[in-house]
Design a protein around this ligand. Structure first.
Ligand SMILES: Cc1ncc(COP(=O)(O)O)c(C=O)c1O
Length: 437
């Protein structure tokens, strides 16, 4: 991960030794690198520069206000999927931020809120929703700009819980019927169909699905235009994969090479909604070892981060590299593979390491960050880093087991500051305390 590296057997985030952060802010702690965040956004902006793209950072990946503010400051708009995310974008972004609103279940209240607050366009996911947006817009005496979201029926297999463009999922309009749906709103008083949207799934490690998606999009745009719709935008969504294991991810330029030919031909302006690509490798989840335990032939490292802090391993079977913040002299500074189950030799011997599960304090057998990982022996008080934790980490955190959610800190060069304080018991019961009779 750029901007996280080991110096003299201590993990640094930019120029800050990570143990300094644990001492000041406690654990579990999300640690973000500002340089990494800006670098990844810049990589997308640069790769697609020819298209003068509207980059809409996907707030669902990580909605922290300070991260959204940083994105806005560096020229990004926002992709949101609820009124709450919309309000985050409004609160943190510049006044003229472009906000695109996707999601299969927008309520009338959310639609009205978005229209009153300058939504750039709605990504529409069903025929009923399309007509409802038109109705709400009519009621307000305005016209809603919409992009029709197509399910392009492409197979970028990701995970059954994150596939969004294979037949039968709840997202988007079927590619077979979308043209008829568009026909039904030609000349609608409350709707301007100005774009085509797709989001192929996440994370996607190949560029080819984007080429196929853009080509299918181009064919649809031609048909919409023939119906009389003034299509100005092709929104290719997010989904660009990142390095969770080693260097399996593609650079943004590979996705640009795939999308640009069809985009050029369409004459559209490009919209992108990257989330994970920007924030995923910009953060670690830092934890402290509480205990170790051996039972039934298994070895456990029990540390203070749990599934409520990072649910991806148990929700998706996701792989996060985990390694000590201060590796001892007799173990590698960074693991080569670290037990990647997709590696042909997943459990290759690593010096002085043995298979261990990294688990948290939550009362579920599914509470783990890693299973059967070759890791060095740990002891009480050691610090561990779970890498690539910036996307869908804190965003999916919960208060399960009445655990307060972790603090978040942003590192900039040699400085650091809280961007979310650790929750307190008062926060935990804030919505209940007044109701107690
Ligand atoms: C419509 C839409 N756009 C963008 C994204 C962001 O995806 P990623 O974080 O993989 O870039 C998602 C993720 O679910 C999405 O549903």
């Amino acid at each position: 991960m750029d901007h996280f590296d080991y110096r003299d057997r201590t993990l640094f985030c930019e120029d800050v030794p990570v143990p300094e952060l644990a001492a000041k802010y406690g654990t579990p702690l999300y640690v973000y690198s500002e340089a990494a965040l800006v670098q990844k956004l810049t990589e997308v902006q640069t790769a697609f520069a020819e298209a003068k793209p509207i980059i809409c950072y996907s707030v669902k990946a990580n909605g922290n206000l300070s991260i959204c503010r940083l994105m806005g400051k560096h020229g990004s708009g926002f992709d949101v999927t609820s009124q709450g995310e919309f309000q985050r974008a409004l609160t943190a972004g510049p006044e003229d931020s472009k906000i695109v609103f996707a999601g299969v279940g927008k309520t009338d209240t959310e639609i009205e809120f978005a229209l009153r607050n300058g939504v750039f366009l709605f990504d529409v996911e069903s025929e009923q929703e399309l007509h409802n947006i038109g109705k709400v817009a009519n009621g307000l005496g305005v016209k809603a700009n919409v992009a029709l979201r197509v399910n392009p029926d492409l197979p970028p297999k990701t995970h059954v819980k994150t596939d969004t463009s294979v037949k039968g999922v709840k997202f988007g309009l079927d590619i077979e019927t979308i043209v008829d749906v568009a026909m039904g709103v030609v000349g609608h008083a409350g709707l301007s169909v100005v774009g085509l949207h797709m989001h192929l799934g996440s994370p996607i490690l190949k560029a080819d699905p984007y080429r196929m998606g853009a080509e299918k999009g181009l064919a649809l745009i031609k048909q919409f235009r023939a119906q009389g719709h003034d299509i100005k935008y092709l929104n290719m969504g997010g989904g660009f994969g990142i390095n969770y294991r080693k260097d399996e991810a593609k650079p943004a330029s590979a996705f640009a090479d795939a999308i640009m030919p069809a985009l050029r031909e369409s004459g559209c302006q490009l919209i992108l909604e990257p989330g994970r690509f920007i924030v995923g490798n910009s953060a670690i989840l830092l934890s402290r070892v509480l205990y170790t335990k051996a039972t039934g032939g298994k070895h456990y490292i029990i540390q203070d981060a749990a599934m409520n802090d990072l649910i991806r391993p148990t929700l998706y079977g996701s792989f996060h590299r985990i390694w000590p913040v201060n590796p001892a002299a007799d173990v590698p500074v960074t693991p080569d593979v670290n037990g990647d189950p997709d590696d042909p030799q997943p459990f290759r011997d690593m010096p002085n390491c043995f298979k261990q599960d990294v688990v948290g304090p939550v009362c579920e057998s599914g509470d783990y960050l890693a299973k059967d990982r070759p890791l060095p022996g740990a002891k009480r008080g050691d610090l561990l880093a779970a890498f690539s934790a910036g996307a869908y980490g804190m965003a999916m955190a919960s208060n399960y087991n009445s655990r307060v959610r972790a603090a978040e800190v942003l590192v900039t060069g040699r400085t650091h500051r809280l961007i979310r304080r650790r929750e307190s018991f008062a926060d935990l019961v804030a919505c209940e305390a007044d109701c107690l009779t």
